[in-house]
Design a protein around this ligand. Structure first.
Ligand code: GLU
Length: 299
């Protein structure tokens, strides 16, 4: 088969990249499951990366608990999990490279002030020409169309100069912003396929832009619909989705599969997690989320 290397796996490398801001919940299990199934359907390698680059938002023990939960739910990664905090040198090197190219500038604008004066959220370029030497670092965005093709969503053309304008790659507190960290680690792990929730769709043109600036490859993207909670918001740690109890892994997996439209038979939930995941692999169709943006109301 084309693209198959000696290990028997294809060149596909995908990942699930949770931030350790809480325990695994139903919404994140859905995410892990979709990226896992897509990797398996392509005979690919599935990796787990803990995106621990924002300590103020993290919860002690969450990384460990997420890794244990994934295992308990039969989702075993093919290589040891990577911790993004250990890539700080790579992140700093990328900042240096972008600075040397003149692609970045320091910005001292307070977020509160920007929110007040820029209702659309577009950065107005205030500090672009000020020649500051401290503050947050923003990447200069040029007015040029960026076309994002997605395996499941329609093609979108973005002009980052209109929205969001020059965006932050290193925060004022010195922490590396998600957009840059994600691009660097995806490249360092040779990720070829990014499968993640549609709530991150708007991040993709920013990541595409940074990849071009740093001459990194553009992975293939596929954004799946997110699970909406009773209140109409995305089911997330922030909206209070509760931690999954691994003692009920079968029930949790069956519920995730049900939300994803697999119609699992009622008896499936009493199977061992590995068998449930194997059943899902048999029933996964690589086009099943095409054009879908939200998953039926969770009740
Ligand atoms: N760490 C990010 C999050 O939990 C996801 C990163 C990604 O999949 O690109 O929202």
């Amino acid at each position: 088969m084309t693209g198959t290397i000696a290990t028997g796996r294809s060149t596909y490398r995908g990942r699930f990249a949770p931030s350790p801001t809480g325990h695994l919940h139903l919404g994140s299990l859905v995410g892990a499951l979709v990226s896992y199934l897509d990797a398996r359907a392509h005979d690919g390698t599935w990796l787990v990366r803990i995106d621990d680059i924002d300590p103020p938002r993290e919860i002690a023990g969450a990384a460990d608990s997420i890794l244990r939960s994934l295992e308990a739910h039969g989702l075993n990664c093919d290589e040891s999990p990577r911790f993004q905090s250990q890539s700080r040198q790579l992140h700093d090197d990328a900042v240096r490279e972008l600075l040397d190219e003149g692609a970045l500038f320091f910005c001292s604008c307070a977020r509160k002030m920007l929110r007040r004066t820029q209702p659309t959220g577009r950065y107005p370029g205030t500090c672009r020409q000020r020649g500051l030497d401290k503050g947050a670092l923003r990447v200069r965005v040029e007015a040029a169309p960026i076309e994002i093709q997605d395996r499941w969503q329609s093609t979108h053309v973005y002009d980052l100069s209109a929205d969001p304008g020059d965006f932050i790659v290193r925060r004022r507190d010195g922490l590396i912003a998600y957009q840059l960290a994600c691009v660097i680690d995806d490249a360092a792990q040779n990720i070829t396929h990014v499968v993640r929730g549609i709530d991150l769709f708007e991040s993709t043109p920013r990541q595409h832009y940074l990849q071009s600036k740093l001459q990194l490859p553009h992975p293939d993207y596929a954004h799946f619909p997110v699970v909406i909670g009773k209140d109409g918001d995305k089911l997330s740690k922030q909206t209070g989705a509760h931690a999954l109890d691994s003692a009920h892994a079968g029930r949790n997996l069956a519920q995730a599969l049900d939300l994803l439209g697999f119609n699992p038979p009622p008896t499936l939930q009493s199977e061992a997690p590995a068998n449930i995941v194997a059943w899902a692999q048999l029933h996964y169709v690589t086009t099943m989320f095409r054009g879908q943006q939200q998953i039926a109301q969770y009740s």
